[in-house]
Design a protein around this ligand. Structure first.
Ligand SMILES: [Mn+2]
Length: 379
């Protein structure tokens, strides 16, 4: 019995204004579907955050339609899909009752969907679906008003999901399991209070296929996050994005990971603007999504435009001159100067050099100071 576990596709997501749809299409057609053809799993799990937003753009909806059609209708592989905190649960699970007959199990709310039943020579396997929910939803569904906090809510709901004895049982859930490592592209699950769930609440299952955290990681005795298939923030640049394969055989359960190669990598480069630009011609990753950490100690005029000529997919930068000692002053002096306006002199000098191509002369600087003084008095 073989199951493929993935999560956090965030279809329709943009990173720093750049749509990730081309990357996401490449993930579906260039990574996921070839992996299904090579591995022939019995089921695919998508553990939440299929879409990035409650109301997903039509291109994202079409891409999900394409993915599940290829999985369930073309390849006849069952799919277990839960809503995550980013999904519009009811929109994701529209027609779920009809689609179950096609092997597509879409769950919007806890306890709304029967488990996916699989069978092979080794016996039965059940995949139980537990979409994202909060304590208010748990109180509502269970008719209890004593449930407070995410951990108590999960404990109460998971108690209602009974593992089938004599079978292998997999739980699919979307939550922040305590002990997990976070990154910037995940949104917090609870406002105020703790959003953590003790992984011990999942003790009754052979494997817990988790979604929410975007870094691949194991958690608790039997849980694992597949992580997102793509990097969605620059603090994920060292993540090894992957799909999980879970196999139940004669010798118990085994897991392994299949790497997800992106169209373009996402990474940070650090250096002066000249260093970064001169390295571009020998850089095989010129098309990567870049964040430039500029170490120049003087302001640079229109650095994004300069970088984009060499790195077309640069998405953002940090001007180091804001942090570093500059103009002989300390970092605190510079920040104070920018705040009070005396840093304008530095910007003017760099404008003369970089835009006008000349060294500012003493008389020009005194005229500048005089005019800025007047402007300051008027304001
Ligand atoms: Mn997510």
């Amino acid at each position: 019995m073989k199951i493929l576990h993935t999560s956090d596709w965030h279809l329709g997501k943009s990173v720093m204004g750049r749509s990730m749809l081309p990357e996401q299409e490449n993930f579906i057609d260039g990574v996921l579907l070839p992996a299904l053809d090579a591995e022939r799993p019995d089921a695919v799990i998508i553990a939440g955050d299929v879409f990035d937003r409650q109301v997903a753009p039509v291109e994202a909806v079409r891409l999900f339609n394409h993915a599940v059609t290829e999985i369930c209708a073309v390849r006849r592989i069952k799919a277990a899909v839960i809503a995550g905190n980013h999904d519009g649960a009811d929109r994701l699970a529209v027609y779920s009752g009809l689609l179950r007959a096609q092997g597509l199990f879409l769950s919007a709310y806890p306890l709304d969907t029967p488990p996916v039943r699989l069978e092979d020579g080794g016996g039965e396997t059940y995949i139980h679906l537990l979409p994202f929910f909060d304590a208010a939803t748990a109180r509502d569904i269970l008719g209890r008003d004593d449930i407070r906090g995410q951990n108590a809510a999960f404990k109460a709901v998971v108690e209602q999901i009974k593992p089938v004895s004599g079978a292998r049982n997999v739980l699919v859930a979307h939550c922040f399991a305590a002990g997990g490592v976070t990154c910037e592209s995940e949104s917090p699950l609870a406002v105020g209070g703790s959003d953590e769930v003790d992984p011990a609440v999942f003790g009754g299952f052979d494997y817990v296929a988790l979604g929410h955290l975007h870094g691949p990681q194991r958690v608790g005795a039997n849980g694992a996050y597949s992580g997102s298939p793509l990097k969605y923030s620059f603090d994920e640049e060292r993540h090894k994005k992957s799909l999980c394969i879970i196999e139940f055989g004669e010798n118990g359960m085994g897991t392994r990971r299949l790497p997800c190669a992106p169209l373009h990598d996402m990474r940070t480069v650090t250096g002066t603007i000249n260093d970064i630009i001169s390295a571009a011609k020998d850089d095989a990753g010129r098309e990567d999504y870049l964040y430039a950490n500029l170490t120049d100690i003087r302001p640079v005029f229109e650095p994004m435009a300069l970088l984009r000529e060499h790195y077309p997919n640069v998405l953002g930068l940090h001007p180091g001159w804001l942090d570093l000692t500059a103009g002989g002053g300390s970092r605190a002096d510079l920040k104070e100067g920018l705040r009070t306006g005396s840093g304008d002199r530095l910007l003017f000098e760099e404008f003369m050099k970089q835009v006008c191509g000349v060294e500012p002369q003493a008389d020009e600087l005194s005229i500048f100071d005089e005019l800025m003084g007047k402007a300051g008095n008027e304001a």
